[in-house]
Design a protein around this ligand. Structure first.
Ligand SMILES: Cc1cc2nc3c(=O)[nH]c(=O)nc-3n(C[C@H](O)[C@H](O)[C@H](O)COP(=O)(O)OP(=O)(O)OC[C@H]3O[C@@H](n4cnc5c(N)ncnc54)[C@H](O)[C@@H]3O)c2cc1C
Length: 429
């Protein structure tokens, strides 16, 4: 059997390791347009900050491809898939045949049109090691950086760049930072923290137009919708990413906002799987299909797809995945963990606790008697237990939820749930 993987990041590595858990001898060919050894993408902001280097950013050891018998075709772009002939065509024109294919192409930054944007040269993005390298080359202590987007990527970029320059401004149309992840109260805490650390925030507004600063070569102004004008030397666009679905879509595969996959990563095309940020799968917490673009999900999806591909129809060596949105992120030493859903504002069952700079929010669904989601800011204790309750849809009577909220621990669980969790731990060890 020959397994071909497009991508060289989290989902692709998960797939290689998934295949090798089942089979040591099948051929694996990996194709990636980036020419670097596999690296941990979230660490690019730490590279900017000087807290890590390229050696320590490697996601797997130097001999990863060799040890796993992987033929790596790095620096090559896959331009099309032919599902009738089972081939992938590269930009060089070469066709690579497959028995099974994994598409793990991730997501790419999106540019929203703004007047004058084409004149800003270059407009940087911040999702790859090459992006970080480009910023390292042009940002000095006196460089004024403007970042469009106060989501995870924009703020990680702001944190990294603050170690290099004192002038970092962030603009976002949303009235709060991390608007897809946080509710207003914790967002306010985070905003104050970012400002204390020297990040200038302009929220609830957007860039109307860019224009060159006639008095300073290579400098520009951003005219904001709220009437303000911000001078800058370097622009970073971090206003969102879009799943790279085109290869599968052009080949006739089903896609929504991401490539449509089942719980094992199978797409609608025979022998074609997909995993990671390019996919749309079922959130077991809500039953809705969505793109859950997060590193742990990408690895788990890649690994499950890899095992499925190598099993070649034999009984599956793994359970269907139970994916939920989860996140672990920190800025300037302030950390947030979140999982599940918690946006039902005004819904019965939203519990928020503030304690100094720390914050907890739980969404307990009283009708279904289940924990649906949480946000923990600077209080990570027992997050794993909460996540397991959400992922497994464990029934949790209200008194037990309230006890769990007071004193996180296994004792708060119904006895059967305690046994199940301990059993799962045993299996995992
Ligand atoms: C700055 C930053 C911080 C982040 N922080 C966090 C965090 O704290 N927590 C978290 O959970 N997640 C975080 N993420 C998200 C996390 O990095 C992604 O969820 C994860 O990398 C997804 O892995 P993936 O393998 O699906 O895709 P990607 O990592 O995007 O990799 C896609 C791969 O596909 C290749 N590729 C794409 N198209 C082609 C083509 N046509 N031909 C050949 N190769 C192609 C690329 O070269 C790349 O190797 C962060 C991301 C960024 C950018």
């Amino acid at each position: 059997m020959k397994h071909v993987i497009i991508g060289n990041s989290t989902a692709a590595v998960g797939c290689v390791e998934g295949i090798r858990r089942v089979n040591r001898t099948d051929d694996i060919v990996l194709i990636a347009d980036e020419s670097h050894h596999t690296y941990a993408r979230p660490l690019i902001s730490y590279l900017l900050a000087g807290k890590t280097d390229k050696e320590r950013m490697k996601y797997r050891k130097d001999d990863f491809y060799e040890v796993n018998g992987v033929t790596s075709l790095l620096g090559k772009t896959a331009v099309s898939i032919d599902p009738a002939k089972n081939t992938v065509t590269l930009d060089s024109g070469e066709a690579v045949g497959y028995d099974n294919l994994l598409v793990a192409t991730g997501a790419s930054p999106v540019f929203f049109p703004a007047e004058g944007l084409a004149q800003v040269k270059p407009a940087h993005t911040f999702t790859t090691l090459d992006d970080a390298d480009a910023l390292l080359k042009c940002v000095r202590e006196s460089t004024r950086v403007l970042i469009v987007g106060a989501g995870l990527i924009g703020l990680k970029c702001a944190e990294g760049l603050r170690a290099r320059t004192t002038h970092v401004a962030v603009v976002d149309l949303a009235p709060i930072v991390l608007s897809s992840m946080l509710k207003p109260a914790p967002a306010e805490i985070m905003q104050a923290h970012l400002e204390q650390n020297g990040v200038e925030l302009h929220l609830g507004t957007s860039v109307k137009a860019f224009r060159p600063d006639e008095a300073r070569h290579g400098a520009y102004f951003a005219e904001l919708q709220n009437g303000e004008s911000l001078g800058f030397d370097v622009l970073v666009y971090a206003a969102g990413v879009r799943a790279n679905i085109q290869l599968v879509k052009d080949a006739g595969g089903a896609c929504g906002r991401g490539i449509t996959v089942d719980a094992f990563g199978q797409t609608s095309l025979p022998q074609v799987y997909a995993a990671g940020d390019c996919t749309e799968s079922t959130d077991v917490c809500t039953g809705q299909r969505k793109v859950m673009a997060l590193l742990p999900n990408a690895y788990m999806q890649g690994e499950a797809a890899g095992m499925h591909m190598a099993a070649a129809g034999a009984p599956l060596p793994c359970q269907p995945l139970g994916l939920i949105p989860e996140n672990a992120i920190g800025f300037f030493g302030k950390h947030i963990l979140s999982a599940g859903v918690y946006f039902e504002d005004g819904a019965d069952g939203i519990y928020e606790d503030f304690d100094g700079g720390s914050y907890r929010c739980f969404y307990y669904d009283k009708t279904a008697q289940r924990l649906r989601g949480y946000i923990l800011m600077d209080c990570p204790q027992r997050a794993g237990i909460y996540t397991a309750l959400i992922r497994n849809g464990t029934q949790l009577p209200e008194e037990q939820f309230l006890q769990l909220r007071r004193e996180p621990g296994l004792i708060a669980f119904p006895s059967q749930a305690r046994i199940d969790i301990l059993r799962k731990k045993e299996v995992a060890q």
